[in-house]
Design a protein around this ligand. Structure first.
Ligand code: NAD
Length: 350
């Protein structure tokens, strides 16, 4: 099988490209614009190790929104599958300047869909948990955090949540809305809005043009080789160079962290056995950022972190239900602590 992977030099799809080359005899065509987020050393490593099965198109002209260039590469290699992992991904950057996000995450997805339509190639597109309508968790004792619910009885609040197709699981004395694949879209910042727009375009090409496409949404992924702009990579590298790291607000936001190796096994199953349009991937181990910060400090022997002004449009919690994925037989292999320890070790070698 021949697969074209876009963004194959980024964090997640760099790992996935390596995983697929290691575990299958597939031929892979990498297509990456080589933005600041691309991993240059990985390009060198992969090209040397898999020179007979990996062809790389890397550089500023290999942009997914460039329909002509993308079309030429697809026509030349005629892949059996396109995996879209290319994106502008850093939320803070989208607040400072959203233009590249619109270009890559919307126009780019549009070009890929045009190519899939023209050459009848199936697509797996990577989206994010951030596109969904996450609510603020409510405490078991009924002390709601959602301002609109203030003073109302707990059962009433729970009913309101359930109405929105959410599934509740009582986790750590807190009611979490682990959102299912059919939950409502409600992006609240320019990054997640651009990703949601990409999803809507895909749905429209499935319905209108019969394009064969799947969407994968995932919670926070972490691991070796992640760009230092992201929370855990920043925390680890700052501590390793004798510094400390920032945490937004009071660190009360809830996040779910998935180790990148567990992401790859989940993606593998969806790619080979998945029959649904949308799949969620999650670790189902939600934690507040302040606790995550404390764990990193404990593992690395650091005194503590510092709080900075909260980001605007900062969602309070992300949490996904991934029963559809579990039904394919997936189980994560790493606890958060195990994944973190491996990640910390990997940065020591950098
Ligand atoms: N990192 C996470 O925690 C996370 C969580 C959920 C979903 N996602 C999604 O997973 C995907 C990958 O995320 P990541 O954090 O690994 O990304 P990343 O920022 O590490 O890498 C993105 C890659 O895409 C390339 N790229 C950017 N714009 C391009 C363009 N116009 N044309 C071609 N290539 C381009 C970059 O050069 C880079 O190699 C994204 O779709 C992101 O939205 C990430």
């Amino acid at each position: 099988m021949k697969i074209l992977i876009t963004g194959h030099l980024g964090f997640i799809f760099g790992h996935l490209t390596e995983y697929l080359l290691n575990n299958y005899d597939y031929e892979i065509i990498g297509y990456d614009a080589f933005t600041y987020a691309a991993n240059r050393e990985l390009d060198f490593e992969l090209s040397n190790k898999y020179f007979d099965r990996l062809t790389c198109y890397c550089g500023d002209r290999y942009r997914i929104e460039d329909l002509k260039t993308l079309g030429e590469i697809v026509e030349k290699h005629k892949p059996d599958l396109i995996i879209n992992g290319a994106a502008e991904t850093h939320n803070d950057n989208a607040i400072a300047n959203s233009f590249p996000f619109i270009t890559t995450n919307i126009n780019g997805v549009h070009s890929i869909l045009e190519v899939c339509k023209a050459f009848k190639i199936p697509l797996i597109h990577m989206s994010t948990d951030e596109v969904l309508d996450h609510k603020i968790p409510i405490n078991n004792d009924g002390v709601g955090r959602e301002p609109a619910f203030e003073g109302l009885p707990f059962d009433y609040k729970r009913e309101c949540y359930l109405e929105n197709f959410y599934e509740y699981e009582n986790s750590k004395n807190l009611w979490f809305a682990r959102l299912k694949e059919d939950a409502k879209l409600n992006p609240r910042n320019p990054y997640s809005a651009s990703k949601a727009a990409g999803e809507l375009l895909i749905n429209s090409y499935i319905e209108t043009h019969g394009v064969d496409a799947k969407i994968i949404r995932c919670t926070n992924v972490y691991g070796p080789r992640q760009n230092k702009e992201k929370f855990l990579a920043k925390a680890i590298t700052e501590i390793l160079t004798g510094g400390t790291f920032p945490v937004y607000g009071k660190g009360e936001q809830w996040r779910d962290w998935l180790y990148v190796k567990d992401f790859c096994t989940a993606f593998d199953l969806i790619m080979h056995k998945g029959t649904k349009r949308i799949y969620h991937i999650a670790a189902n181990d939600e934690r507040q950022n302040k606790d995550t910060g404390n764990l990193v400090c404990k593992l690395m022997g650091c005194d503590g972190y510092y709080f900075v002004k909260d980001r605007s449009g900062h969602d309070f919690s992300y949490s996904l239900n991934c029963d559809k994925l579990k039904a394919l037989g997936w189980k994560k292999q790493y606890t958060f602590e195990q994944g973190l320890k491996e990640t910390i070790e990997s940065y020591k070698g950098d």
